[in-house]
Design a protein around this ligand. Structure first.
Ligand SMILES: [Fe+2]
Ligand SMILES: [Fe+2]
Ligand SMILES: [Fe+2]
Ligand SMILES: [Fe+2]
Length: 411
């Protein structure tokens, strides 16, 4: 499959920023601003195009592990969003680095995410001085800190002067001298100011050529898994949801005899179908009581956010449609667009059935996971009401009855 990885990351970074916003209060487009600054710094340090693309990818992914980290603390009884002084900075660096280990970067980027909070004097989470910290990590660190401290989405000349003072005051404590020098030389007032008037993504694409590359199914799957786990960690009750649907979509694709590319695309669609949930408040996603009308509307918006995020990726129109229509119903009563049988294709219908099947078999705050038989019974009732496609439900019954029973026996 031929794709531009950074184009996908630009689209997904909106959802990642929502998580970082919850935790440390950075403003929208934070990761893109970090990427933009890093690109200038990287150019200053003489990186070539492929390396710059890697640096931008790492910048966009620098806090990919935040949902996972927040969730792990939550399971341990700590609400890190409310109790910010308990944040273990190093934890999201370790998980984040590990999450991208199979990511198809152009070159080796080891340490870029692991060490993105190291201070040049060795006072960071892993005690590395700037001499032992890879350049990409140092660049992400300085860009991340400046944007988090000064919110570069709104710049005044006075603020720019404060930034310069802050950088100079922190030479050899937080940042290395060469990074501060490069920042001051390359990140001028005008460059930062531009980010406010023009879409940063456009600026990035203008300055850094988009690279389309052919990726193997394994590479696409490992990339999909990274995002599935980021999404699934948003709530402990959905921790296998996206991954479960991606796997089931691929199994169904094989059952229908689809070719490898379509199978991989269906896997990808399953993995990211709920990416819009990253925009939704976790408290609402995990609420054990009945949702209010407003909360229900808020949750339903996730499907629209999925559409908004995916539709920005060129060449992924089919995946966008399959993934974001997973709550549409044949009789037109679904959301976000109220589509009906006449404009819901086979793969959209498949994704809808798999989403319901997967959700029914999962434990939620208000219910235990249902058995395969009970889930199929509910789906067939829905088919009778012209909500879902009966043929697909029958196929799911055929394909997964054996698997489910086998799994139960082993269990
Ligand atoms: Fe971070
Ligand atoms: Fe950040
Ligand atoms: Fe959904
Ligand atoms: Fe879902």
């Amino acid at each position: 499959m031929k794709i531009c990885l950074n184009d996908i990351l630009y689209a997904f970074s909106y959802a990642l920023d929502c998580v970082e916003h919850d935790l440390v209060g950075v403003t929208t487009q934070h990761s893109k601003r970090v990427a933009y600054i890093c690109m200038f710094l990287g150019k200053g340090f003489g990186l070539n195009e492929l390396q710059l693309n890697d640096l931008v990818a790492c910048s966009l992914l620098h806090d990919n592990a935040l949902t996972e980290y927040i969730q792990e603390e939550h399971i341990n009884g700590v609400d890190i969003i409310k109790d910010k002084h308990k944040i273990d900075i190093g934890a999201h660096c370790v998980i984040g680095e590990n999450n991208v280990k199979d990511f198809p970067f152009n070159e080796d980027v080891s340490g870029a995410i692991l060490y993105h909070h190291e201070n040049s004097d060795g006072s960071g989470p892993f005690g590395k001085t700037w001499l032992d910290t890879p350049l990409y990590a140092q660049l992400i660190h300085i860009a991340d800190k400046v944007d988090a401290e000064f919110d570069l989405s709104f710049l005044t000349e006075r603020k720019y002067e404060e930034i310069l003072r802050y950088l100079n005051e922190n030479i050899n404590t937080q940042f290395s001298e060469k990074c501060v020098d490069m920042f001051i030389k390359n990140i001028t007032y005008d460059e930062i100011f531009k980010m406010q008037n023009v879409k940063i993504e456009m600026l990035l694409k203008e300055k850094l050529p988009i690279i389309y590359k052919e990726y193997s199914s394994e590479q696409i799957i490992s990339f999909s898994n990274l995002f599935a786990s980021i999404i699934d960690y948003k709530s402990e009750f959905t921790k296998n949801h996206s991954m479960g649907i991606a796997n089931k979509a691929a199994i169904m694709a094989k059952y229908y005899g689809f070719n490898e590319e379509t199978t991989t695309k269906l896997y990808f669609a399953g993995a990211v179908h709920d990416i819009g949930k990253l925009v939704i408040d976790r408290d609402i996603l995990e609420k054990p009581d009945k949702l209010t009308e407003d909360e229900y509307v808020h949750i339903k918006n996730h499907a629209y956010y999925t559409y908004e995020i995916l539709r920005k990726i060129k060449g992924m129109e089919d995946i966008t449609s399959w993934a974001s229509m997973h709550h549409e119903k044949l009789n037109g009563s679904g959301y976000p667009f109220g589509k009906n049988a006449s404009n819901l294709g086979f793969k959209e219908r498949l994704m809808c059935c798999l989403d319901i099947y997967q959700a029914l078999t999962e434990t939620r705050p208000y219910k235990d996971g249902f058995s395969h038989d009970k889930s199929i019974r509910i789906l067939l009732e829905m088919a009778e009401k012209n909500l879902v496609d009966k043929h697909i439900v029958n196929d799911i019954e055929l394909v997964f009855s054996n698997q489910f029973n086998k799994a139960r026996k082993n269990y």
